[in-house]
Unconditional design. Sequence first.
Length: 293
Amino acid sequence: MIRVADSPFLRTASIMAFGPCENLIYFASKQVAQLSCHLGIRRHFNWLPMKKRFISFGVTDIGLRRLNNEDVYLIRPDLSFCLVADGMGGAAAGEVASSLFSEAAVEIFLKNGNHTACAPDQMVQQAFELANKKMLTHVDRHPHHEGMGCTAELLVFSGEKYFLGHVGDSRTYRMRNGNLQQLTEDHSFVQEQVNRGLITPAEARKHEMRNVILRAVGIEARPRVAIHQGNAASGDLFMLCSDGLTDLVEDEMIQEIMAISKESLKWRAKKLVELAKTAGGYDNITVVLAQIE
């Protein structure tokens, strides 16, 4: 799927297999993991006082070429966050990594649910660090899983702001007033080449090393997390996604679909997945949409 430069990324493991599915949310707690179907769009208030409600919808799909789904998404309105994690490592190992990330996020936000212990950005950092620790511990116990890890997006709403943690080449976008903005920058070899002016963004999309990432959770002793924050305004539409979408669907098309306000979030999310599959669907595809009302 994806690999970190100079890392082997060959592993086998088994935790749970996400097949071609829609509206699947992975709820993880400290001791119990359960799967629950998200049967419709949810309207809810945040667990911190937030003047505006938001609606959300998520979908994940195995794609057309993979034998298993290493992507996980989680929407926790009670804890005011949502996430996408894209596992790597071969066989079922990627599923282990992405599920451990979800589990770690829930642990941190349940522990600090009233935000009295630490600020939201600190909680985001702690979630990544706990996930990293869980993955390294897992590899210590299962050495043949060496190279397991995941990319991840973790979006938190608090008060009138959002806080976003990002590692790897999964992405988070925001649509505001009809304009789509990529909030994250890929931690990848080709993005680094683009930043240096050595290749163009168009060349990066077709580059033979486009799937080589430079950061991932579960690889280093401490994850290098990019944390962003900003105002969450009424009408803002956030999208978290794995690279199975953005490798195949151009930003212009993503913006076009996200801007169809007459359609539901469910329709727009599923349409984006459909476009990625029509374009080849060679990877797992995950999309989470969250809109401030």
